[in-house]
Structures are given as C-alpha cells and as structure tokens.
Write a protein that binds this ligand. Structure first.
Ligand SMILES: NC(=O)C1=CN([C@@H]2O[C@H](COP(=O)(O)OP(=O)(O)OC[C@H]3O[C@@H](n4cnc5c(N)ncnc54)[C@H](OP(=O)(O)O)[C@@H]3O)[C@@H](O)[C@H]2O)C=CC1
Ligand SMILES: O=C(CO)COP(=O)(O)O
Length: 334
C-alpha cells in the first residue's frame, strides 16, 4: 500500500491538527460539515473557533463534500465525537474504496451499544483494516509544534508500519502497538479520571491529591481495560499513563475543565452549554459504568464522578469520597 492521499473527517481541534501534521507527508483533505469552517481553512488558513492561535499549512485543503474526500482517499481518519461517529461512518460507506484502512482518533464509547469506535468501524465497514491513534496529544500543543508522542494500534503489522510513517512527522513521534483494545480504552477511560482531577483542582486540592487520583485512577482503568481484553502494560504506556498525566494536569483539557466547573457548583447542562468542544468523559461515563458492572470491576473514582455528573452528589461531597480515609491495601480497589 502506497499512501498518497488521506481524508480526515471532522474539522474540530484534533481533526484539524492531525490533518495539518500529515500534510508534511501526504496530500490531505479535511472534511467538515460546517461550510464556514471549510471556507476559513481554505482561504485564511485558520480554524479560529477550535485552534485560536494556529496558522494552518496552505497545502491543507478542506471540503464539505464527504464523497469527494473519501472517494479519493487511501486512508480515512475519523475525528468525529463518539456519539456521531457511526452516522458519519454510514455516509463514508457509500464512497470508500475496498480495503482502505479507517483510523479512529476518537476517545469515547457509543452510549447505546457501549462499543469502542474500532468496533463500530468493524461493524459498519466489514473487511476494512481499522485502528486507533491515541496518546497524550493535546491538540493545541501539537499544532504549536511542541514535541509529543502517540501510538497507532492495529492488528495488521504491515499496514501499521506504513501508517506510522504517514502520521508521524518531526517532533510528533508515533509508536506502533498491536493492543487495539488496550490503547483505545486507555484514551476513553482516562477522561473520567481527568474530570475527577479537575474536581480536585477546582476545590484547591494539592499536588499530592492529584497524584493520588492519577495513580488510583490508573489502577481502576487498568482493571476494567484488562477485564475487557487489553494488556496491562498498555495502560502503563503512552495510551494509558501518558494520556492520563497529560489530561489530568493540563489547563487545555476539556475533561479536566468540566471537573473544575463542577467543583464550582455548576451543573452539567450549564457547563456543556458554554463549551463548543466535546468533553468525551462526560458523554461516555454511563457506558463506562455499565461496562464496569458487566465485567464486575470496581471503579470507585469513576463512580463518584458519575454521581456528580448525574446530579446525584455535589463535587465537594464526592471529593471527600475520592479521598477515602479508610484505605485498604494498595492492590485493592478503593
Ligand atoms: N482535542 C484534542 O486535544 C484531542 C481530541 N481527541 C479526540 O478526538 C475526538 C474529536 O475531538 P476534537 O476534534 O477535539 O473535538 P472538537 O469538539 O474540537 O470538534 C468536534 C468536531 O466534530 C464535528 N462534529 C460534531 N458532530 C458532528 C456530526 N454529527 N457530523 C459531523 N461532524 C460533527 C464538529 O463540527 P462543528 O464544528 O460543525 O460542530 C467539529 O468539527 C474526540 O473523541 C476527542 O476525545 C483525541 C486526542 C486529542
Ligand atoms: O485526549 C486528549 C489529550 O490526549 C484531550 O483531552 P480533552 O478531551 O480532555 O481535552
């Protein structure tokens, strides 16, 4: 497979950033549903609503015509929020050529089915190679040219090496992995822990507290991820610990921001109404809790976050729960 043209679907922060990075290696067409976004990218080389400080490469071409973008692509990259992923993929179906790989950038689960996005790809586009690109990759930093590392996970060990070259460029270093389930779940599950970290930071908790949330959070997302078929070492790597650190500590994280706003006593409706961008942790939390129940895995931090998201507890009350006084053995949940 010689990759020459890539279609990136989704003109938000991450889709635009990855599309811009890949223009160094291949021809990239970015599909966005919003005609104003497309016009802005093509004429002014900016996408200020999502990436306020960035100038995009002139080589980056945007379109509202999904058929034109997908029909000429050797690889399709999905940067669509999880709850809209399947509907966009159904449109892709009419236009995609046989055997074209489909790579998900999305860090969420489908609510009704609790499926990972690569499972949705497998279901909607059977026969197409699929994979996930994930890791500690805050879009604005990568757009600004800071060094970062990511992971591309696929079952196919030949295609994954070719795509490693397509995505990776300069200071954006891409590693390969064959644990698709573990890598994908690392990206999904860390979002809820980032909300917890934001709830702590928003209440003035200390650095030790944040470190405890990250470490205990990693333990619980690893428990669920391994129960669902991921490998423990994946959760200690970029897709697990790496992304957890970035998201739980960064002022750029939307999920951590949600936690901080909850800590101010605001409710989810208000918070979401003010955010243009997606916070996948809040969206996927019900599916994560249902999976934890299904697999018999205790997730005390995620459960506390979920209660606050649902409005069943306040952040200050739940936060006392996050720092339980009666600790057991470190190897145990809680
Ligand atoms: N931002 C980041 O740093 C990173 C994000 N991710 C993940 O990438 C995924 C995408 O996130 P991101 O780009 O940040 O999200 P944003 O909120 O920045 O942008 C979302 C994009 O999706 C589009 N969109 C929403 N609904 C639909 C729909 N029904 N059909 C077509 N397009 C739609 C929006 O279009 P419109 O503008 O018209 O509403 C917008 O272009 C998420 O799962 C996120 O977790 C992963 C790594 C890093
Ligand atoms: O996944 C991300 C960084 O790797 C982005 O996190 P947020 O969605 O919380 O901004």
């Amino acid at each position: 497979m010689q990759v020459q043209r890539v279609a990136v679907l989704g003109g938000g922060s991450w889709g635009t950033t990855i599309a811009a990075v890949m223009t160094r290696n291949v021809e990239v067409t970015l599909w966005a549903r919003n005609a104003d976004t497309v016009e802005e990218i093509n004429t002014r080389h900016t996408n200020l609503g999502y990436l306020p400080d960035a100038t995009l490469p002139e080589k980056l071409v945007a379109t509202t015509d999904i058929g034109a973008a997908v029909g000429s692509a050797d690889v399709v990259v999905m940067a669509i929020p999880s709850q809209h992923f399947r509907s966009v993929l159904r449109t892709v179906k009419e236009h995609i050529h046989a055997w074209v790989p489909v790579i998900s950038l999305t860090k969420g689960l489908e609510l009704d089915t609790r499926m990972r996005m690569t499972q949705v790809i497998e279901q909607e586009l059977p026969g197409h190679p699929f994979g996930v690109l994930t890791g500690p990759n805050l879009a604005r930093e990568i757009m600004a040219g800071y060094a970062a590392a990511s992971v591309i996970a696929m079952d196919d060990e030949v295609i994954v090496r070719e795509l490693q070259e397509v995505f990776g460029s300069g200071l954006f270093r891409v590693y390969t992995n064959d644990d698709v389930i573990g890598c994908e779940l690392g990206g999904v599950l860390k979002n809820i822990i980032a909300i917890a970290a934001g709830m702590g930071d928003g209440q003035g908790a200390g650095d030790n507290t944040r470190a405890a949330i990250i470490t205990r959070g990693l333990a619980e997302i690893t428990r669920l991820g391994v129960a669902m078929g991921g490998r423990p070492e994946t959760f200690a790597g970029l897709a697990g610990m790496g992304d957890l650190i970035a998201t739980c500590t960064s002022g750029q994280s939307r999920n951590r921001h949600v936690g901080m706003e909850l800590a101010r006593g605001r409710d989810m409706e208000e918070i979401v109404a003010e955010m243009r961008m997606v916070a996948e942790g809040a969206k996927s939390a019900p599916a994560v809790m249902a999976l934890a129940k299904e697999y018999g895995v205790e997730m005390p931090i995620a459960s506390d976050v979920f209660r606050v998201l649902r409005g069943d507890a306040t952040a200050s009350r739940a936060f006392r729960g996050l720092l339980r006084v009666e600790a057991g053995a470190e190897s145990e949940p809680g």
